[in-house]
Design a protein around this ligand. Structure first.
Ligand code: GDP
Length: 482
């Protein structure tokens, strides 16, 4: 097995320049892209005091790898139940913010009453000894933006539907965003206090989107509420805890913390302030930490009610200071054993991020589809279909589902009538999907987002052309676009 200097640097969490220097001392002139043979790799590793066999396979700069695999302390016996993390989604004005406020006001963590509400991006409540964490930014945009960055933080989605308004376009978007992320949905039928409330209509309309109420023989949970009057909140919380119990959410509080950034900003006086959601382990003041492409030591931690805390366990949101730079929402964080490693990895990640942002994104496009299929990266072609009218959407969906090419399935993750919007593009980026517009175009925001994210948008005016294009791309026979 050979590695380039850059790759070895990444694996060791060292700057390539340092490795080049060491090679030079050993009498080897090398460039950053030079391939090193096993013996040389071993020499360099020895210089850094690293055992090749054990350490070389672990790419420490890939936080994802660390997140999932590098866990010497992993021990199921230490796993305990962790609180669910809940996101609230739904159409604009259906009551998401009101619901978040209502839950927070009625259920401040017991024994913590009197604390001053801090909006740090997430908060925790306690009910009958069980905790629940709510993400404070409602809507699927934030949810999917984080997912696009590789983070999976939400365990349960509350879909708020106003009983006087029924299912609206963003309701459907929310459902598809939650489904694409494989997150269970609880429907909160809101505004039940209104005389015009018609919960049956909501249930009826949601049936068309795969959410069938238990009363009607399905397994979707519906809870009638009034976020404004605080009615039905208890029942909703009970349902969240029920779904959480079924999901058997576990974490190990004894290991070093890891998780995801919920939000971050530069704070005057305090420097970089980031809200972290701990997903596993326990975070302590003083911990050396890598957060996205930055690093530091946890200087202070503040809870959602503005209290200073010394440690925080699984599913807890805390705002920390002490980072050298401001990370982004959706960035992963991992605590390291010592500050030196954290700094090295943080610095390497930062310099790589700069290189990457200059490089090409490897998002899926119809042009590279076949190639990605061949190397086995793609087994499912995710599509988002937008068209001018609902009837066309359905006709297109039906034809697309009929496409049969060996080795790949076509999966429609979202369809709808109307222009291609930013939400479609974010969903495509998060789900590695291609967007097809039929007689519709992307709006300005969508176009900008697609450019930034490298999402492939295809526009057509004739149905058979769409099918033809997709089919040829799947067979590797698409004429390249110039
Ligand atoms: P969001 O856009 O989904 O966050 O919706 P908001 O929470 O801002 O609510 C939109 C409007 O609906 C506000 O004027 C709320 O006061 C109102 N609203 C929210 N929940 C209820 C409810 O349960 N009953 C009634 N009557 N109005 C509500």
């Amino acid at each position: 097995e050979s590695l380039t200097v850059a790759e070895l640097g990444r694996k060791l969490g060292r700057e390539p320049s340092g490795i080049i220097k060491k090679l030079f001392m050993l009498g080897i002139m090398a460039t950053i892209n030079q391939e090193l043979d096993e013996d040389t790799i071993e020499l360099i590793c020895a210089e850094y005091g690293v055992e090749v066999e054990e350490e070389i396979r672990i790419d420490y700069t890939d936080l994802e790898v660390y997140f999932e695999e590098v866990d010497v302390e992993k021990n199921e016996a230490n796993e305990i139940e962790r609180p669910p993390v809940v996101t609230i989604m739904g159409h604009v004005d259906h009551g998401k913010t009101t619901l978040l406020d209502s839950i927070r006001n009625t259920k401040v963590t017991q024994g913590e009453a009197g604390g001053i509400t801090q909006h740090i991006g997430a908060y925790q409540i306690e009910n009958k000894g069980k905790k629940i964490t709510f993400l404070d930014t409602p809507g699927h945009a934030a949810f999917t933006t984080m997912r696009a960055r590789g983070a999976k933080v939400t365990d349960i989605t509350i879909l708020v539907v106003a009983a006087d308004d029924g299912v609206m376009p963003q309701t459907i978007e929310a459902i598809n965003h939650a489904k694409a992320a494989d997150v269970p949905i609880i429907v909160a039928v809101n505004k039940m206090d209104k005389p015009t409330a018609n919960p049956d209509r909501v249930m009826q309309e949601l049936t068309d989107h795969g959410l069938v109420a238990e009363a009607w023989g399905g397994d979707a949970i519906f809870v009638p509420i009034s976020a404004l009057k605080g009615e039905g909140i208890e029942e909703l919380i009970d349902m969240i805890l029920l779904v959480a119990e079924v999901a058997e959410l576990k974490a190990n509080p004894k290991i070093r913390a890891r998780g995801t950034v919920i939000e971050a900003q530069l704070d005057r006086g305090r420097g970089s302030a980031a809200t972290l959601l701990i997903q596993d382990g326990t975070l302590h003041v003083g911990d050396p930490i890598v957060v996205g492409n930055t690093y530091g030591r946890v200087r202070a931690m503040i809870s959602d009610i503005g209290r200073r805390v010394k440690e925080a366990g699984p599913s807890t949101p805390v705002e920390i200071t002490g980072l050298s730079d401001v990370p982004q929402a959706g960035d992963r964080f991992v605590v390291f054993e010592d500050e030196k490693t954290a700094r090295q990895i943080g610095e390497t990640r930062a310099s790589e991020a700069i290189q990457e942002s200059r490089g090409e994104k490897t998002r899926i496009t119809l042009d590279n589809l076949f190639e990605q299929m061949t190397i086995g990266d793609v087994k499912e072609l995710n599509l988002i279909v937008k068209a001018d009218v609902q009837g066309t959407v359905e006709a297109m969906a039906a034809s697309l589902m009929k496409i049969e090419v060996e080795g790949v399935n076509v999966k429609l993750i979202h369809t709808g009538a109307g222009a291609i919007n930013e939400s479609d593009v974010t969903l495509a980026a998060a789900s590695n999907a291609i967007v097809i517009g039929f007689n519709v175009r992307p709006d300005t925001n969508a176009r900008r987002a697609a450019e930034a994210e490298g999402v492939d948008i295809r526009q057509h005016r004739v149905i058979y052309k769409v099918i033809e294009e997709i089919e040829s791309a799947m067979k590797g026979m698409l004429d390249p676009e110039f």
